[in-house]
Design a protein around this ligand. Structure first.
Ligand SMILES: Nc1ncnc2c1ncn2[C@@H]1O[C@H](COP(=O)(O)OP(=O)(O)OP(=O)(O)O)[C@@H](O)[C@H]1O
Ligand SMILES: [Mg+2]
Length: 641
């Protein structure tokens, strides 16, 4: 119920339109009923009248009504509805007769038929209008929901993305919103449009014969339960279907972006087999759902016809007994048939709503998730003195008793200095960088900029003043210019992009491209070489002329030539800049003011190149390995410089 109220809140901006839907619904159902209700007895009168419809019709129309008044009064329920409705019926019929009255019977018949066409045309115009309005409300709601969901996801802390598969996130934005959307529209139709129709139709039914109505209701109730039982099963299966769909999204996403690995290991067949197993399961599930879904339609119709046949039988008996006229029975059957549609929808609404609610629950759960990283309020544009890690401890899995990924790490980086982090793979270098960017928060200790804990700063501003070249180069399917300019929020002209590209040693290769800075580089930059991608990433970091440059060197081995070019780009970028550099090639950081040697999460050694060599410890060990090209003990190999 709470969920439902929250959903309704999404509808509030459209309240004007909702009122319109209600009004139009009332109008169209009234119009529908009035036309059937008034025209059928008239037709009856036309066909039974002699040569003209003047006086005899009045008598014909009134006579059976008057007879029934007596009967209904004696039948209990008639006491409250008998007199008024009978009078109403008679006067409506009379009025209509006057309107349609013509010289000849044929002419009257034509008038009636024209009226029928006109009234149904107008009624259906209303139905069309309603459909349009409902669709507008529905799409507006869906758009807002989708925007909210996307905005929540994109603002989420990084760990959220580590724990949720991309396919499932895509599912949230696409399928779950769609399911809620469907529910909204079906709810609309069912709770705003149909109740009026049902109410009006049922009134007509009761007026015609309450006994027959009771009989028909019992039969309909039976249908309702049968369909509901099937609906429940469909719902269960549909949930698994949606989850499977999410898994497929994830799998496709992962496989297509990892296509190179698949191809280089010639694993296409293995992947195909896996996928086929997956689609097999998918198909089986689909078949089970279809089996149930397909049975609903035929079963529905059979039951419906059975119900109407029963009603005709029961009603026929009433006609024989003179409790109803035959035209009333036809009218009854016609109205009953019209009632069935909306009532059948009520039967489905349960399933529809349940499906939508599952999705709504997931969506609201996401919308309620507050990012773990709380933003600070202090403004920051740059810094004057230093950045310090003070006794920082951190691990990813908070509840496990695994050792800390960073274990009491302390070091400082003064303005204008270049500090390097080196150490074996997995020793926590990239993690330290992520902490400084506030992708995660420290478990204990603190990181300060100019003496103030970074948790106090607005993290978006903090990140804006830092240029990052991350270990994993991430480029978008856009032009070279757009990819470089992505580094800054300022509107950058081509000139600034070129300056950045020059600093990153990238200008030359870009100029050689046919469309230069407007060259599209493909998904993740697949149309560029590894070294070119790295240089674009450097240019992206340089374009905002950052206060602090963080450089997490890619481990991917480049050939000697590209390595030299990239190295030059790095050297160039580091000139006269405060920088924190994670280096695998020790040659990159030989000139660093301070080198911190990380070892299984601890800052084991610290000093400049010469000092560290003299200590004769880990750094010297790494250095010697690198220059002899051996493999480090834990199995990770460091590229030879
Ligand atoms: N998102 C994550 N969730 C859980 N554990 C992680 C995550 N990222 C890294 N780790 C673990 O934290 C440890 C430190 O990883 P980190 O990426 O900081 O190493 P690194 O020093 O940068 O290594 P490399 O030189 O290979 O880049 C590793 O044991 C790694 O498995
Ligand atoms: Mg790393």
């Amino acid at each position: 119920m709470k969920l439902f109220i929250r959903l309704v809140r999404y509808l509030l901006p459209s309240k004007g339109k909702i009122v319109l839907v209600v009004v139009v619904s009332i109008m169209s159902s009234l119009l529908g009923v009035v036309s059937i209700y008034s025209v059928l007895p008239l037709l009856n009168a036309v066909f039974t009248a002699e040569s003209t419809i003047d006086a005899p019709v009045h008598l014909e129309a009134k006579a059976p009504g008057e007879k029934r008044v007596e009967k209904k009064e004696s039948s209990g329920l008639g006491a409250f509805q008998g007199i008024d409705t009978e009078k109403l019926k008679a006067s409506v019929t009379e009025n209509f007769e006057e309107i349609f009255h013509a010289e000849t019977k044929e002419r009257t018949l034509l008038n009636i038929c024209l009226f029928l066409i006109a009234s149904f045309a107008v009624k259906n115009l209303f139905v069309y209008l309603n459909g349009q309005i409902i669709f507008r409300i529905q799409t507006k709601t869906a758009k807002k929901l989708r925007d909210d969901v996307f905005s929540n996801i994109i603002e989420m802390h990084l760990d959220y993305f580590n724990k949720n598969r991309v396919g499932n996130l895509m599912n949230l934005v696409y399928n779950d919103v769609q399911a809620v959307n469907n529910t909204v529209s079906s709810t609309f139709v069912n709770f705003l449009q149909n109740p009026f129709s049902v109410f009006v139709y049922v009134t007509v039914l009761v007026v015609l014969s309450w006994k027959l109505t009771l009989f028909a209701s019992l039969t309909s109730l039976m249908i309702f339960f049968v369909i509901r039982t099937i609906g429940k099963q469909v719902k269960g299966l549909a949930t698994s279907f949606r989850n499977t769909m999410g898994d497929m999204n994830s799998v496709l996403q992962e496989k297509f972006s990892g296509i190179k690995v698949i191809k280089s290991s010639a694993f296409e067949n293995v992947e195909l087999e896996r996928f086929q197993a997956f689609t097999r399961g998918f198909r089986n599930l689909d078949i089970r759902i279809a089996r149930l879904r397909n049975i609903i339609g035929p079963l529905n119709e059979t039951l419906l016809v059975a119900a109407i046949a029963l009603v005709l039988w029961f009603g026929g008996l009433q006609v024989f007994e003179g409790r109803m006229t035959s035209s009333e029975l036809i009218l009854f059957a016609f109205t009953l048939y019209s009632t069935m549609g909306p009532i059948k929808m009520f039967g489905d609404v349960n399933t529809q709503m349940a499906l939508g609610m599952i999705s709504a629950e997931r969506l609201f759960e996401l919308l309620d998730t507050v990012p773990d990283i709380k933003n600070g309020t202090r403004a920051i544009k740059g810094f004057e003195h230093d950045i310090r890690f003070e006794d920082v401890c951190f691990k990813y899995a908070k509840d496990s008793d695994a050792p800390n990924v960073l274990d009491h790490v302390s070091f400082e980086l003064n303005k204008g200095e270049m500090v390097a982090l080196v150490g074996q793979s997995g020793s926590g270098k990239s993690t330290a960088v992520d902490l400084l960017l506030r992708f995660y928060d420290v478990d204990s200790g603190r990181i300060t900029i100019d003496g103030i804990d970074i948790r106090e700063y607005d993290f978006k501003q903090l990140r804006r003043m830092i240029g990052v070249v991350s270990q994993e180069v991430i480029l978008f399917n856009d032009t070279i210019k757009a990819n470089i300019a992505y580094g800054t929020h300022d509107e950058v002209g081509l000139e600034r992009v070129i300056v950045a590209a020059k600093m990153a040693n990238a200008n030359q290769f870009i100029e050689e491209k046919p469309e230069q800075y407007d060259t599209l580089i493909g998904d993740r930059g697949v149309q560029l070489s590894g070294g070119q991608r790295q240089r674009l990433a450097i240019a992206r970091a340089m374009v905002k002329n950052p206060e602090l440059l963080i450089f997490d060197e890619a481990t991917s081995a480049l050939d000697n030539e590209s390595e030299k070019v990239v190295q030059q780009a790095i050297d160039h970028a580091l000139e006269n800049r405060t920088a924190l550099v994670v280096a695998h090639r020790l040659s990159t950081i030989r000139n660093a003011d301070r080198i911190i040697v990380m070892d299984r999460g601890r800052a084991a050694e610290s000093g400049n190149h010469e000092e560290l060599l003299q200590i004769n410890g880990l750094y010297k060990h790494l250095y010697e390995i690198q220059f002899s090209g051996k493999v480090v003990e834990n199995g990770a190999s460091l590229p030879v410089s």
